[in-house]
Design a protein around this ligand. Structure first.
Ligand SMILES: Cc1ncc(COP(=O)(O)O)c(C=O)c1O
Length: 380
């Protein structure tokens, strides 16, 4: 039985819809729903389940670490990518020679905006723009990175085009210039196999809203140990302290581990669904999910070619993942036309976004293609 058919019963939305919008929010499973209900009933029955909450925080850290082949001590638990990246840049000295933050044009807004916010601290932001074919070439990165670079931001998969970067090649350029590389991997973790041992990135961020099948309010930041030990964030909180329960207000003593990038009270309501969602992904296995999704995406691409559609996502062997962007003459109208057939998708720029995950099956792809054929006039 395919990964899709094996887990589909756990996702009630498929009883009435074709869900192809995991790039925005993963579908709700019965087990994630039960986890959310467990949070409410535990609160109701026992009041503050503080010890269990702290344990859930550690369970979330360990679950995320497992998915990227990392050690839990190298993972910070955050409330969002934004919180993690803000804490990260707060640890950079941007007043000296190394004051440049290099951002690919495919970063999520939060990464670009946080980079520009550092202009107030002396930073310069350098944008690396795509070519006409939508690819951002290594040459453009090479031109942008030099001994003035403090940080390179290269998202693993673009939320707006579906492009998948060659993170390790860009990391090599960053490392040759003595700079660390941040790979925001929100659009990859859970759907694509990522191993921090080979990825090349020095910092990896993600959260549970999308392919990890949890809710908003929970994110993670992995940091290479040798780098992290040199970073002292000035954006912090009491859960980042070396001894949380010392409750001291006399000094700042950040934890030796990546917990130094944690913040205040853990995002308790989001830990329950987050852990349940990540367990589901781990059970299915990311390599199996990746190959299942690749099969569906390739089937979809063939169908798009048959329709003569323009695909915005690059098509090289390693240039795409679970998200396919299709150029539309009126993307909002197209999303609505698909919604009228109970197909859930989304848009960015001039593109329809179709993202496929472990619970999708061939029949979903067929129904999406059928709907697109019926709305051919809305495809560019
Ligand atoms: C690539 C990427 N990064 C980050 C985010 C979200 O960032 P945050 O967790 O700060 O809301 C998203 C989607 O919401 C995303 O697609």
């Amino acid at each position: 039985m395919s990964v899709g058919a094996a887990v589909r019963d756990e996702f009630p939305i498929f009883e009435h819809a074709v869900y192809a919008n995991s790039c925005s929010q993963g579908a709700l499973s019965t087990r994630v729903r039960a986890a959310v209900e467990g949070w409410i009933s535990g609160w109701d029955e026992n009041g503050a389940e503080w010890d269990f909450w702290v344990e859930r925080n550690e369970a979330a850290r360990a679950a995320f670490a497992g998915l990227i082949h990392a050690e839990p001590d190298d993972v910070a638990v955050t409330t969002s990518v934004s919180q993690g990246v803000s804490a990260l840049v707060s640890a950079l000295d941007l007043a000296g020679q190394r004051n440049r933050i290099v951002v690919s044009e495919y970063e999520f807004p939060t990464v670009g905006q946080i980079a520009h916010a550092q202009e107030l601290r002396g930073a310069e932001v350098v944008h690396v723009r795509p070519e006409d074919d939508g690819r951002i070439s290594l040459d453009r990165f090479a031109e942008a990175i030099d001994e003035r670079t403090a940080l390179v931001c290269c998202t693993a998969v673009s939320f707006r085009s579906g492009h998948r970067h060659d993170v390790s090649a860009v990391a090599e350029l960053a490392h040759a210039a003595g700079a660390p590389l941040l790979a925001d991997s929100y659009q990859a973790v859970g759907a694509l196999e990522l191993d921090v041992g080979t990825l090349g990135a020095d910092i990896v961020t993600a959260g549970t809203v999308k392919y990890l099948l949890g809710s908003a309010g929970l994110g993670f930041m992995w940091l290479r140990r040798s780098l992290r030990e040199t970073l002292v964030p000035t954006q912090t909180g009491w859960f980042a302290d070396e001894d949380i329960f010392a409750m001291s207000i006399a000094d700042y003593s950040p934890h030796a581990s990546a917990r130094r990038f944690d913040s205040g009270t853990p995002p308790v309501p989001s830990l329950y669904p987050g852990v349940a969602g990540m367990e589901l992904i781990a059970e299915a296995g990311v390599p199996a999910i990746e190959s299942h999704v690749r099969g569906l995406v390739d089937r979809f691409l063939v169908g798009l070619d048959e329709l003569g559609a323009t695909v915005a996502t690059a098509r090289g062997e390693h240039e795409y993942g679970p998200l396919v962007c299709v150029v539309s003459t009126d993307p909002n109208a197209l999303v609505e036309a698909l919604a009228a057939r109970n197909i859930v998708t989304s848009t960015r720029d001039a593109n329809l976004r179709v993202s496929l995950h472990l619970y999708n099956v061939e029949d979903d792809v067929g129904r999406i293609l059928e709907a697109l054929a019926a709305n051919r006039a809305l495809l560019a």
